[in-house]
Write a protein of this length. Structure first.
Length: 577
């Protein structure tokens, strides 16, 4: 039996004893349980013309990249002000199934424009990140793959060109999640790609019962993440590069290449308060990594010292997706990481600055209706009461689920589970409201990607879900008692793009809220890079502060709420309000 199976069994037993047996809960409600409050989301997939079905390739071959799944991106691909959808296929480079780009039309329906976009590539496509690499005001796209990474330049009008070779971005490894961030604060977005394991497709694996199944990550060695430094415009004399920018692989010189691990999720944020973006990487069955930016082009790994390498039990659980946000409104960003069904997802609260503590149980996140193997996860204020809520998509990595007659393909049904939704009730508690949300949580899927954006521009956060072998689903926010809201776009006119890494704070009397502008979080997904605030009954704010990625601070006036603002660097007053 592989070591991971023995580890999972011990962890499950320990959790059962510590948590009163909740680790054994199936993914079905107990008798008598029923919905008690109005739902927050409705499934509008068919209504808006979204007809994407994920193709994982031929089944019964137990090809490990299949079970890792694929993510998605929500961004304005053609510059018309409406958010579009980019969805990934995983059937291999020789497949007829290609990635799909759906353009949003006025009125909210979606049109498939894949064939003319340049993004319609086949492959074992895993994750996607979006960012403006050449500062021309158009978002560009990177796609991670099993055995590769591809960079696409946005030409305008929904057209893209593969510039991977000319730009110097290539990798033979198995990339999953990726993110754009400006680690040296020179104004040009750099790229981090988190790689998984050194997979050997010829290696056969079995489940604990002895039947053939997908391999566990512990069977193979982990690999290092890759970091590329954006060197800006290509100014080398005599260069034949057709790329407007070039990237330099600084994996080794930065220190990122010192430690190999089976990485799956990544987020970029300043965790230490020194105005430099750091990296948190969720590793699968190995201690997580927290790479602290030293300000000289290098990073040091400090996850153990800062409390996020292991759970409070001293375990390195199977880290997949990452949700990032300030769950208790204390002006510090917290981390939530998803794990296996036999484990528990983990909430690491930050405090004091730069240090974290596992407070999963204390926040009620072990008291759930059912358990699942979580992948995509997001913190967002879905009911707009001023507290960040939590959404999770689930799907197993080994056969054995209890789902039956779900309508899913026969092969994938034993891997399917139901999604989960938790409301942040304030005062340090989350409450499971999954039963009251049948659209998002009531059906089984092998969930992987979870992306967030205000798709219909009504001020509320909507959700996009991808699943292995199933339909991509779009969920519109219909929470009936939503509070007031404010959306802030932090824009840097010098670089003509969204200010990735900007921290936006708003205050109203004694209340204050923090949001980070960053597209990459969850699992293998890219989200709308805005700061969204739920405000509850607060109908007017006193002021806004933006800490820009270069460390400068500006204050902006408050005023009315229930509106979208664009704050431009240089147009506010220096310093805090």
């Amino acid at each position: 039996m592989p070591t991971w199976m023995a580890r999972a069994g011990l962890v499950s037993l320990a959790l059962s004893l510590l948590l009163g047996g909740c680790s054994g809960k199936p993914d079905v409600p107990s008798p008598g349980e029923e919905a008690t409050e109005p739902p927050w989301f409705e499934d509008i997939t068919d209504r808006v013309g979204l007809n994407f079905v994920h193709d994982p390739g031929p089944v019964n071959q137990w090809f490990m990249p299949q079970i890792v799944g694929s993510g998605a991106a929500i961004f304005d691909a053609d510059g018309d002000g409406l958010l579009d959808l980019y969805l990934l296929q995983n059937a291999g480079p020789k497949s007829g199934s290609v990635n799909r780009l759906y353009r949003q039309l006025p009125g909210g329906r979606f049109e498939d424009i894949s064939a003319a976009s340049g993004l319609d590539i086949a492959g074992h496509n895993m994750g996607v990140a979006v960012g403006d690499i050449n500062n021309d005001g158009r978002p560009d796209v990177v796609v991670t793959q099993f055995g590769g990474v591809r960079l696409f330049l946005n030409l305008g009008g929904g057209k893209f060109r593969d510039i991977s070779k000319e730009a110097g971005v290539s990798s033979p490894q198995w990339g999953v999640s990726a993110a754009f961030f400006d680690y040296d604060r020179d104004g040009w977005l750099d790229l981090i790609v988190v790689n998984y394991v050194d997979y050997d497709p010829t290696w056969p694996c079995t489940s604990p019962s002895g039947i053939r199944d997908f391999c566990a990550p512990s069977v193979f060695s982990g690999t290092v993440s890759r970091l590329w430094h954006n060197r800006g415009p290509n100014k080398d004399k005599g260069s034949t590069s057709a790329s407007p920018v070039t990237f330099e692989d600084v994996t080794l010189s930065s220190g990122i290449g010192k430690f190999a691990a089976p990485g799956l999720g990544v987020v970029c944020a300043d965790f230490t308060g020194d105005d430099l973006p750091d990296l948190f990487v969720a590793n699968d069955g190995k201690p997580n990594h927290l790479w602290i930016n030293q300000g000289n082009g290098t990073f040091t790994e400090e996850a153990v010292a800062r409390g996020v390498a292991y759970t409070y039990m001293g375990q390195a659980f199977a880290g997949m997706g990452i949700a990032l946000g300030d769950v208790d409104n204390d002006d510090l960003l917290d981390l939530y990481v998803t794990h296996l069904t036999s484990e528990t997802n983990t909430l690491w609260r930050q405090g004091p600055r730069g240090l974290f503590k596992d407070q999963t149980a204390g926040w009620g996140l072990n008291a759930m209706r059912w358990r699942g193997t979580g992948f995509g996860a997001l913190l967002g204020d879905f009911d707009q009461d001023g507290w960040l809520d939590l959404a999770i998509v689930n799907g197993r990595v080994q056969r054995g689920g209890s789902a039956r007659n779900t309508g899913l393909p026969t092969f994938w049904e034993p891997y399917s589970e139901r999604n989960q939704l938790f409301v942040n009730a304030g005062q340090g508690q989350f409450r499971d409201i999954s039963l009251s949300n049948p659209a998002f949580c009531g059906h089984h899927n092998v969930g992987r990607g979870l992306a967030v954006a205000d798709i219909d521009r009504d001020g509320a956060l909507d959700l996009l879900v991808t699943s292995i072998g199933g339909k991509a689903r779009l969920f519109r926010n219909v929470a009936p008692t939503r509070g007031h809201w404010l959306k802030v776009r932090a824009f840097d006119p010098r670089w003509q793009r969204d200010a990735y890494g900007a921290e936006v704070r708003i205050r109203a009397g004694e209340k204050h809220w923090l949001r980070l502008v960053q597209a990459a979080c969850s699992y293998a997904c890219s989200n709308e890079p805005i700061a969204h605030f739920g405000l509850g009954t607060t109908d007017r704010i006193d002021g806004i502060e933006v800490r820009w990625p270069d460390g400068t601070r500006e204050s902006f006036p408050g005023g009315e709420v229930d509106r979208a603002l664009e704050l431009r660097k240089g147009s506010g007053k220096p310093g805090k309000p």
